[in-house]
Design a protein around this ligand. Structure first.
Ligand SMILES: NC(=O)c1ccc[n+]([C@@H]2O[C@H](COP(=O)([O-])OP(=O)(O)OC[C@H]3O[C@@H](n4cnc5c(N)ncnc54)[C@H](O)[C@@H]3O)[C@@H](O)[C@H]2O)c1
Length: 344
């Protein structure tokens, strides 16, 4: 039987955070969401809102006292709040860096002070330009110049990981780092430059699908309920303490092929329009891309048994439905996460 716990979910009004909140409430837990609504939205919590076990606090992880107070009242913390999206990081480098480093430091220190279990969301950006194929957690990080704003996000998340793992080694903080690869699904905003919702919206609207660069960059997309399932499994597993895990599907596609699939599945007549990176980001030097991003998730699978359920076709069809379109084929709606016993 599952013990009912109280979770603090920072960034809980965001895309992944709101799905995690729904799943934790469904398991009978209480959830305190801390979110400044900078990219999140109360509407993401619409299904959870009537639940008396949800408490929403509008505030920032940059407010150390607030983070401390909320952490003291919870059993475990999932830290998802961050300045995200390539566009946002390129356009607001200082604010993004402060949120992603100082905010996380507050969360880690509060978890340490109060002896709370912590799950920290990191990112595949950590690997930078390492395009060597399925990257394991031990793969090298290959980052570009500090003048390229994108790498500041990767660097901030690396600092977060170092702080978290340092607290584990020196103070025994029960912390797990989840390196998330491209996660997609309902409630993901197209506003911060996320590729799938943007291309899906263009396909549904019959507009040209704008593919950045030459479209040969390879990515893997993971459906959000699969990511939430992985996070729940990691929270529940004692072997996850002090460890780093890749979380993502290994089904690869080029962005041009993804755009083609969206056109095909939506029945759209939209052409693809290839846009040079220099035209996408106004300052011309704030952007650099990774040629290939594919995770090796053996470590996660061996510890928790996790495998993603939704494949690329499910994901594309779901994105088109979410963008207001239909699809010619049968849609296998990716299913919700199974219940996983909780642990602190
Ligand atoms: N979506 C992905 O593909 C992906 C990939 C890798 C890593 N991640 C990580 O997962 C986490 C969640 O990302 P997401 O995709 O759900 O993005 P999101 O923008 O939907 O969620 C981030 C949430 O954090 C909130 N937030 C931002 N700054 C805050 C602050 N100072 N105080 C409190 N709340 C703040 C935002 O309002 C938002 O609700 C992030 O840490 C991100 O780095 C996401």
């Amino acid at each position: 039987m599952t013990t009912s716990l109280t979770y603090l979910v920072t960034g809980g009004a965001g895309f992944i955070g709101s799905h995690l909140t729904d799943a934790l409430l469904a398991q009978g837990h209480t959830v305190v969401v801390l979110d400044d609504l900078s990219t999140g939205d109360r509407g993401n919590l619409a299904a959870a809102w009537p639940d008396p076990r949800l408490r929403f606090v509008r505030g920032s992880v940059l407010d150390a006292r607030l983070v401390d107070e909320l952490t003291a009242r919870c059993d475990a913390v999932v830290h998802l709040a961050a300045a995200v999206g390539v566009r946002r990081v390129v356009e607001q480098p200082l604010r993004s860096f402060a949120t992603n480093v100082r905010g996380t430091e507050h969360v880690i220190e509060a978890a340490h002070r109060h002896g709370r279990r912590l799950l920290l969301a990191s990112t595949a950006e950590i690997y930078g330009k390492n395009s060597a194929g399925p990257v394991a957690e031990t793969a090298d990080r290959i980052l570009g110049q500090t003048t390229v704003a994108r790498w500041s996000y990767a660097t901030a998340k690396a600092v977060d990981e170092i702080l978290a793992l340092g607290h584990h080694r020196e103070h025994g903080l029960p912390v797990t780092v989840a390196r998330l690869f491209n996660t997609v699904g309902p409630r993901q905003s197209a506003a911060n430059g996320m590729v799938l919702p943007r291309l899906a919206a263009q396909a549904v609207a019959g507009q040209p699908l704008t593919v950045y660069g030459d479209g040969t960059q390879r990515r893997c997309f993971t459906y959000v309920t699969d990511v939430v399932d992985a996070l729940l499994r990691l929270l529940a597993h004692p072997g996850a303490d002090g460890e780093v895990f890749n979380v993502g599907s290994a089904e690869e596609t080029t962005i041009a092929d993804l755009a083609g699939l969206l056109v095909e599945r939506s029945g759209s007549a939209s052409p693809l329009r290839f846009v040079p990176y220099e035209e996408v980001y106004a300052d011309g030097h704030g952007f650099e891309d990774a040629a290939r991003r594919v995770p090796d998730t053996r470590k996660l699978r061996e510890l928790t048994g996790w495998t993603p359920r939704a494949d690329l076709l499910d994901i594309v069809d779901a994105a088109l439905l979410d963008a207001g379109g239909g699809t010619p084929g049968p849609v296998t709606a990716p299913s919700a996460s199974p219940a996983v016993p909780a642990r602190v």
